[in-house]
Design a protein around this ligand. Structure first.
Ligand code: C2E
Ligand code: CA
Ligand code: CA
Ligand code: CA
Length: 279
């Protein structure tokens, strides 16, 4: 048994070394990816439930890796956050979203806000407001067409600096949404402390809404609370007609999910914007 244990230990360290090396390789190629223009954005429409019309889009980052193909964000954003690369990557995202949205507007498409996910790490940079200002002025996009998505955890930590920054961004004219709402186990008091426009109900509550009465109750309560606070509410991860019907009945404003459309490359999103509605 002792011998076996030792062998296991050796396997374990060997495995660790392999993983450490893979990680390091990944980090190195991530460093080069910006210079090599390997990042791109997909866009997923945000749809008003009542009318079925597109009322915005969310930009979602992809990495076109030279060998591994299209890498989803879940596989590289955690690493990019650990090594700080999310800051320059996030800067690129802001610039690209403003540029793309302005290009769509210049082509005569209906003007709509496009949302960007911001990492908490970007909020710890003192120059975030300046970065956003520059993205707006270089593209010529009006601030009301840029939306930022932040997580509850950012608000829970609620340092003075974060609060001040959020007000600065609100004063610029941006829309502010709370992403993955309901997963943060937080007190809700921050909802009145911060200049928020929208709650995005996390996909995990939407998934079983048709079969799990507890999830249905949570969603109803979030929608009612949001409306009392004069916030707009969007449900993430809407995949079925049953989910859509429930949300519509509860008065949820908007929805996002595979039922309407998967995230699309910019060209595909443009076609949808022309039509005005995905279905
Ligand atoms: P998120 O902000 O919650 O984005 C929504 C995720 O749900 C996206 O995954 C989207 O493709 C997926 N999704 C949308 N509709 C459905 C549906 O009906 N069913 C299911 N199962 N999934 C759906 P994606 O694109 O893989 O992004 C994952 C996460 O990566 C995002 O979650 C966000 O937290 C992060 N992320 C993406 N782009 C950026 C970025 O530019 N910057 C930062 N900091 N984070 C980003
Ligand atoms: Ca998001
Ligand atoms: Ca989300
Ligand atoms: Ca989510």
């Amino acid at each position: 048994a002792k011998k076996l244990g030792r062998n296991n230990y050796q396997f374990f360290t060997a495995d660790l070394n392999v993983r450490a090396r893979q990680r390091l390789e990944m980090e190195n190629s991530l460093r080069l990816a910006l210079d090599h223009r390997e990042f791109l954005l997909h866009y997923q429409p945000l749809v008003e439930l009542e009318s079925g019309r597109i009322v915005g889009a969310e930009a979602l980052l992809r990495w076109q890796h030279p060998e591994q193909g299209l890498v989803p964000p879940g596989e590289f954003i955690p690493l990019a956050e650990e090594c700080g690369l999310i800051v320059p990557i996030g800067e690129w995202v802001l610039g690209e979203v403003c540029r793309q949205n302005k290009a769509w507007q210049d082509e005569g498409l209906t003007k709509l806000p496009v949302a960007v996910n911001l990492s908490p790490l970007q909020f710890r940079q003192r120059n975030l407001e300046e970065v956003i200002r520059r993205a707006l002025s270089e593209s010529g996009l009006a601030p009301e067409y840029l939306e930022i998505e932040i997580t509850e955890s950012l608000l829970m930590s609620a340092e003075e600096q974060t609060i001040a920054l959020l007000y600065q961004l609100k004063n610029l004219g941006l829309n502010i949404a709370i992403d993955d709402f309901g997963t943060g186990y937080s007190s809700l008091s921050y909802l009145k402390l911060f200049p928020i426009d929208k709650l995005k109900i996390d996909r995990s509550f939407v998934r079983d809404v048709s079969s799990d009465p507890d999830d249905a109750a949570i969603i109803s309560a979030i929608i009612a609370m949001a409306h009392r606070l004069r916030l707009r509410v969007l449900a993430e991860g809407v995949e079925t007609i049953d989910q859509r019907n429930f949300l519509m009945l509860e008065g949820c404003n908007d929805a996002q999910g595979y039922h309407y459309s998967r995230p699309l490359p910019a060209e595909g999103m443009k076609t949808l914007l022309r039509k005005g509605q995905p279905l």
